[in-house]
Design a protein around this ligand. Structure first.
Ligand SMILES: [Zn+2]
Length: 491
């Protein structure tokens, strides 16, 4: 490890610790004692000692006096420059590491990085602290890393049409072993599957808040939240996910990427159990032959949510029936929450290729479906895009704090297999071209941009970038539209 590259030494010298060390270095270089310096600048030894140890920041007037006495300038002392020598750099690094929360969490005694500490011991301690820090960071991801890893996983799944035959086969074996032949997988079957793996499912009402399930490997128990909703979809899913960790032999994730990959595997396995491939194939091919494919029927046949049905359809449609697809979960604020496409539909993406949180075209079914009054059935729409025409089926629903839409779309040529293909709704979208729907009409913008003051809502989920309008975080097309609607009329 190169100390010069660690961020502990490249911080600006405004760091009181670095400043303090620099003052001490300049003082000892001139052979001055702390007492001598204190009397020269009209301060006290205890005050200066605090400054030199980085525990107090000197006022500029004191700093200027110190600098003059030591034959340098305040600016020099404050200039970000490498610490005076190797030893000083190491002492600063050790001091900083020992002041951090990571070291505090160890409950270990601190070492005073004084003169009596040999240089090689100092080198070794600093290297150990740096490695400890690196390991701690490896399991924490910044939102940027999370987005990047998420994008990698999505593109990897897309490269094999969102289909993983090995997991499909593993899940088929598991459900067949407990007598599953078709339709919804029952709770009873899930419990039997757990038993075959040597687990008992136990419902408790005191799970730690930060967990969804807990598995006791020693005693073979899977703890789940209370079975408050009999037949609740969520509980089957939680139990299956807990079992999947065991089936895949997952080890403690070493990085955030590992963690997400494991999540993706257990989610895929769970989907394969709730909608086993052989049962889904029989069902879907039958519907396709009748030209009556519908997400709502697929959902109802297997007792799963609309979200799960549409997502599961993307696993199987291309591999088993040669139908390319796209899937979008959007929020009523117009942002995409999840997305997948292998049919070439131009999903909005940021510069890194991440799609989560990106604003969707206003003309797409995933957004226009929100405008509908009667939302009990699916909404169908054809949309012309720069990449071709797509047919989409959208179902809206209400979540805890917002409404959402689930869309399953296919290229025009494949619409013929679906119920709803006869719709006459057709929209044209030229997104990502801004003139499509992202730019307010010039007259409206001219009227309002200097005559309004919106207060931006904070986005709840970190994956969302802020919509870029005139005001950070505010969608100005919607804002001006609102103002136009509510403005008093001139008469
Ligand atoms: Zn658009």
């Amino acid at each position: 490890m190169s100390l010069e590259n660690s961020d502990q030494t490249t911080r600006p010298a405004a760091d009181p610790l670095v400043l303090g060390r620099r003052i001490r270095h300049a003082r000892t270089a001139r052979g001055m004692t702390l007492r001598e310096l204190a009397s020269a600048v009209g301060s006290t030894t205890s005050q200066l000692s605090l400054v030199e140890n980085g525990r107090r920041e000197p006022r500029l007037s004191l700093l200027t006096a110190i600098a003059e006495t030591l034959g340098t300038t305040a600016a020099d002392l404050l200039t970000p420059a490498p610490p005076p020598d190797r030893r000083a750099a190491l002492e600063i690094a050790l001091e900083q590491a020992q002041r951090g929360p990571l070291f505090a969490s160890l409950g270990a005694p601190a070492v005073r990085p004084g003169r009596r500490l040999p240089l090689d011991a100092l080198e070794s301690l600093v290297a150990l602290h740096a490695e400890l820090e690196r390991r701690a960071r490896a399991t924490i991801a910044t939102p940027e890393e999370a987005r990047r890893i998420n994008t990698e996983l999505r593109l990897e799944m897309q490269s094999h049409d969102n289909y993983v035959p090995e997991i499909e086969t593993l899940a088929e074996e598991q459900v067949r072993a407990v007598g599953y032949t078709g339709g919804a997988l029952t709770h009873h079957m899930v419990a039997q599957m757990a038993e075959r793996l040597g687990f008992t499912i136990i419902h408790v009402d005191d799970l730690p808040h930060s967990t969804r399930t807990v598995t006791d490997l020693e005693n073979g128990r899977i703890y789940l939240p209370p079975a408050s909703i009999p037949g609740g979809y969520g509980l089957r899913s939680l139990a299956l996910q807990a079992m999947a960790h065991r089936l895949f032999g997952h080890q403690r994730p070493a990085s955030y990427g590992d963690f997400l990959r494991q999540r993706q595997q257990i989610a895929y396995f769970t989907a394969c159990c709730l909608v086993p491939r052989f049962a889904a194939q029989t069902f879907l091919e039958g519907k396709k032959a009748e030209k009556d494919l519908a997400m709502e029927d697929f959902r109802d046949a297997f007792g799963i949510t609309h979200h799960s049905a549409a997502q599961r359809f993307t696993n199987l449609a291309t591999a088993l029936m040669g139908i390319p697809t796209h899937f979008i979960r959007a929020n009523d604020d117009g942002a995409m929450y999840r997305g997948y496409a292998n049919d070439g539909v131009p999903l909005p993406a940021d510069a890194t290729g991440a799609i989560e949180g990106q604003p969707l075209c206003r003309r797409w079914a995933a957004r226009s479906a929100f405008a509908r009054r009667n939302r009990s059935t699916e909404y169908f729409q054809y949309t012309d895009t720069p990449a071709g025409t797509y047919w989409c089926s959208t179902q809206t629903g209400s979540g805890r704090d917002s409404e959402f839409s689930i869309t399953l779309g296919v290229p025009f040529a494949h619409a013929k297999w679906f119920r709803g293909r006869e719709t006459t709704r057709r929209a044209a979208s030229s997104c990502p071209d801004e003139s499509c729907c992202r730019r307010p009409a010039e007259a409206v913008a001219a009227r309002w941009q200097d005559r309004s003051w919106p207060s931006a809502a904070m986005h709840a989920h970190v994956l969302s970038p802020l919509p870029a309008g005139t005001f950070p975080g505010v969608d100005d097309v919607e804002l001006y539209d609102f103002l136009e609607r509510h403005a008093p009329t001139a008469d």
